[in-house]
Design a protein around this ligand. Structure first.
Ligand code: IPM
Ligand code: MN
Length: 371
């Protein structure tokens, strides 16, 4: 029995999660697997009515589950950053999900490249540090002290920033930070994955030519880890990487990237594979509780219209099955999606006519047909 915490979230989140659950239920009808789903209303509605984001109580409750299945978080009525940091990032950090795995295989015939290139890329995005630590603030009149705190499973750090400028302006800071031990464990995971898929080369992304403090530590660790593991690696600056992913995605197999640049290049790459409607992600803690979600957001303007593509979320359930040690069932979900596409069923974002529910039904039918 797999205990799954279900957080449908906001906007179109509940609609796509419903299709993901349909698919998991289809697995339990056809294979020896059982799920115990429990739904949580950790979302913007609760925030707007109670002021609560993710509470200590939520975290304690969620700790009892094997996996977390998340729809999307975001609401136009709330100032940017509140829900993102207070819910999504809070969950990633609380469960120490230091890896964000975002597979990006080409989904034929939906790829957006002009030329016919085949590719299958796995992006590993660091998921707890970099410019996402939420450490910063403002000083006005050029003077002030910021007392910052960065709390993770690996450390609890206080940082004091004292600003004293000769101009009476407002200054805003956003501090990036990486720690050696975190980069090490992240690199270990990516190298383990490279061994599983039999790939000997890792493309490591950064902007070490400008942010040379943070990314020299990143490179130091990658050099050492790859040397010890006998892996080849090469560095790409993120600007060149965005270009290369549009021009020659077939040159890449495995990409390791810091948090912020990873956010950007995975949207870009999703578009190249066929669109955001096809891109899942796993927030992974190899020793703990992982969380699976589509890469896309809550798309409030499409809420309730039954037209959003649920495949990204369905593929997130595939990643969840892989993570729960049921790669066989992950494969079934993947084949189910492929089978539905091959029957010509796809949603409007891909040029098709299927509704959200019809898409989920088609994947379920394909799964039944596999038996
Ligand atoms: C993503 C999202 C989040 C991120 C936001 C909503 C905090 O864009 O999962 O890619 O930046 O990580
Ligand atoms: Mn993003």
């Amino acid at each position: 029995m797999h205990k799954i915490a279900v957080l449908p979230g906001d906007g179109i989140g509940p609609e796509v999660v419903a299709e993901g659950l349909k698919v998991l239920n289809a697995l339990s009808e056809n294979y020896s697997v059982k799920f115990d789903f429990q739904e949580f209303n950790i979302n913007s509605e609760r925030y707007l009515s109670t002021g609560e984001l993710v509470t200590e109580e939520d975290i304690d409750h969620l700790r009892k589950f094997d996996s977390i299945f998340l729809g999307a978080i975001g609401d136009d009525r709330v100032k940017p950053g509140v829900l993102e940091k207070g819910i999504l990032l809070a969950l990633r950090f609380s469960f120490d999900q230091y890896i964000n795995h975002r597979p990006a295989p080409l989904w034929k015939p939906f790829g957006r490249l002009k030329r016919d290139a085949d590719f299958n890329i796995d992006v590993f995005r660091e998921n707890t540090e970099d410019y996402y630590i939420g450490a910063g603030g403002r000083v006005s009149n050029g003077k002030g002290v910021l007392d910052l705190r960065i709390k993770r499973h690996l450390y609890d750090m206080k940082v004091r920033l004292e600003a004293n400028a000769d101009a009476a302006d407002d200054f805003a800071f956003e501090i990036g930070m990486m720690s050696r031990k975190n980069i090490e464990r992240f690199a270990d995971h990516v190298i383990d994955f490279s061994n599983i898929i039999g790939e000997n080369y890792i493309t490591v992304v950064d902007k070490a030519n400008v942010c040379s403090n943070i990314y020299s530590l990143w490179r130091e660790v990658w050099d050492e880890k790859c040397r010890k593991a006998g892996k080849e690696h090469g560095y790409m600056y993120v600007d060149a990487m965005t270009m290369a992913l549009v021009k020659n995605p077939d040159k890449f197999r495995l990409i390791a990237v810091p948090n912020m640049f990873g956010d950007i290049i995975t949207d870009l790459l999703a578009e190249v594979t066929g669109g955001l409607g096809l891109a899942p992600g796993g927030n992974i803690n190899p020793q703990g509780i992982s969380m699976f979600e589509p890469v896309h957001g809550s798309a409030p303007k499409y809420k309730g219209m039954d037209r959003i593509n649920p495949v990204a979320t369905i593929l997130a359930t595939k990643m969840m099955m892989d993570d729960l040690g049921r790669r066989d069932l992950g494969e079934v979900i993947f084949k189910g999606v492929r089978g539905a596409f091959d029957k010509g069923v796809y949603t409007q974002d891909l040029g098709g006519r299927a509704t959200t529910r019809q898409m989920g039904d088609a994947v379920v039918a394909a799964i039944h047909a596999l038996k």
